[in-house]
Design a protein around this ligand. Structure first.
Ligand code: NAG
Ligand code: NAG
Ligand code: NAG
Ligand code: NAG
Length: 483
């Protein structure tokens, strides 16, 4: 019914040129109304650190600990991290080095073509109080070296969640990786992953330890379903999660548009996630993701439009039964999509933090809209299956010139006299925190270099009448309503 009202409202708006309210009915409990609900991880938003850069982030970038602990303060759980990326398949373990990592690059903006890492690398990963996924090398086809590194990871990383064996293996042939010599395709890679999962899992003496898959090319060709068909009971016991990567790309407008994000997430992953759930009962994660591949796009990834994408994407992924999403962070201070660097905080941190705040303490999520307009609504639910918060997103693009549209959202099924809300806003879709533009979440911002919150937290109040309230959300804005 809500959907019919919504579509009708949009048709009226289109005809009359006014922003008639879209309306959403809040389900009074998880399971109500014949909709889909997904269970939530206690900390579904994670960070991925490029393998070679991980020690720098944790020893030489002040913001790292604070940006992560800001989320722990919201949820009570440290965000999960994943250490990996292209350079995990360029790295060799060297038990004799006392350094975290050893490499040389022509410019600090470069990623190394080859590197070694020592035991201290894993000791450092073991100091992180949250869950850690460690990505190791398969491309070089030196399983003895990878097993030695895996043993060190198991010994040193006390919150080790999983080990990856290889990053985006579909590119191994193009990258000249030794393991891909001869024929390399999804089937050959799957046989290789099955063997490595068994050999590394048994060498470290742990089942339920491998985060497998890790492809970037789309399913079903490079997906979990085809891989599961190649597994047997021996290899399956070592798998903890199935992972995929994703970088949707596009212009700011395309990136922030809700219907685009919905079709990206659902068309690519819905079937693969369902296959994993049905056939294994295990979790599906986006083990590495961000707005645009290759470190981000200079004019897209650091913008407020990308922040709105980050928020929407996290919630869509969660509502699609994707358990955790790890946003990739590459070379320090040469990273357009990074949430933070040595000197500044990126706009996407604002969107990600709004998502973390929306999901804090929630146990279930449901997407209330059908994903075919610019106007999104999500509901989260607590452990008693009662509605906790609603997120409203107006993903209309706004460049900052001309009048800014406003969309009204009506929520029905509210209880009480009034509700409080927090707004995620900025001057336009193009606003950038790293250029001093005015971004805020509930009136607050994060300080460059430290990631300490600044400003005074601000809530808006809306009165509820007959179980309804209406909220205005400007083009390129989002609002979190506390129920
Ligand atoms: C998510 O998975 C659960 C089973 O764990 C299932 O009941 C539910 O329908 C799924 N939700 C969606 C949105 O696919
Ligand atoms: C920390 O980063 C600075 C700035 O890039 C660099 O000059 C310095 O060598 C780094 N220190 C360590 C210990 O990595
Ligand atoms: C599964 O496959 C591996 C590798 O081919 C093999 O060593 C193992 O015996 C197989 N397990 C079963 C139960 O067939
Ligand atoms: C952060 O640094 C950028 C780049 O130097 C600057 O434009 C901006 O004003 C700073 N923001 C804050 C909140 O200090």
């Amino acid at each position: 019914m809500a959907r019919l009202i919504q579509l009708a409202a949009i048709c009226v708006a289109a005809v009359q040129g006014v922003d008639a309210a879209v309306s959403f009915a809040i389900p009074n409990t998880v399971g109500a109304g014949g909709r889909s609900y997904a269970p939530l991880d206690p900390a579904p938003v994670g960070i991925s650190f490029e393998f070679f850069a991980f020690p720098s982030y944790f020893t030489n970038v002040t913001a790292t600990n604070q940006c992560l602990s800001n989320w722990k303060d919201l949820t009570g759980t440290w965000p999960p991290i994943r250490i990996g990326g292209t350079t995990q398949d360029r790295a060799s373990y060297d038990a004799s080095t006392s350094a975290y990592v050893v490499y040389s690059v022509a410019s600090p903006a470069d990623a190394p073509m080859t590197l070694t890492f020592g035991p201290k690398f894993m000791t450092l990963a073991g100091t992180y109080p949250g869950r850690v996924v460690v990505g190791l090398n398969r491309g070089k086809n030196n399983i003895a070296n990878t097993i030695a590194a895996a043993k060190m990871a198991v010994a040193e990383v006390k919150n080790l969640l999983a080990i990856e064996l290889g990053n985006e293996p579909e590119y191994y042939l193009k990258d000249g990786q030794p393991i891909a010599a001869g024929t390399w395709n999804p089937s050959v890679d799957a046989t290789s992953q099955v063997n490595w999962n068994i050999q590394v899992g048994s060498a470290v003496g742990k089942t339920y330890i491998i985060q497998t898959g890790n492809w970037n090319q789309a399913p079903p060709e490079w997906g979990a379903a085809q891989f599961i068909a190649k597994e047997n009971t021996t290899s399956k016991q070592y798998v903890r999660h199935y992972a995929h990567h994703n970088y949707p790309g596009g212009t700011i407008q395309k990136l922030q548009t809700h219907s685009q994000t919905a079709s990206n997430v659902r068309n690519l992953f819905e079937a693969d996630v369902a296959a994993v759930k049905r056939q294994t009962g295990k979790e599906y994660v986006l083990g590495e993701t961000n707005s645009v591949s290759g470190g981000g796009a200079a004019n897209v990834s650091p913008t407020f439009g990308a922040a709105l994408w980050t928020l929407d994407y996290i919630l869509l992924a969660a509502a699609t039964n994707i358990s955790r999403v790890y946003f990739h962070h590459g070379t320090v201070s040469n990273c357009q999509y990074c949430f933070w660097g040595r000197y500044s905080i990126g706009a996407p941190y604002y969107g990600a933090t709004a998502a973390v705040a929306f999901l804090a303490g929630a146990r279930y999520i449901s997407a209330l809209d059908a994903g075919n307009t610019n106007y999104a609504a999500y509901a989260s639910f607590d452990g008693e299956r009662r509605p906790l918060r609603v997120l409203l997103l107006n993903s209309d693009y706004y460049t900052g010139s001309g009048s800014r549209g406003v969309q009204s959202f009506t929520l029905t099924g509210l209880t009480g006299q009034a509700v409080k809300a927090k707004r995620l806003t900025a001057g336009s879709s193009l606003s950038r925190a790293d250029r001093g533009d005015d971004l805020s979440f509930g009136g607050q911002f994060w300080v460059n270099g430290t990631c300490v919150v600044g400003g005074t937290e601000r809530f808006e109040t809306a009165s509820v009448q007959n179980g309804q309230a209406t909220f205005d959300v400007k083009a390129a804005e989002a609002l979190i309503v506390n129920l």
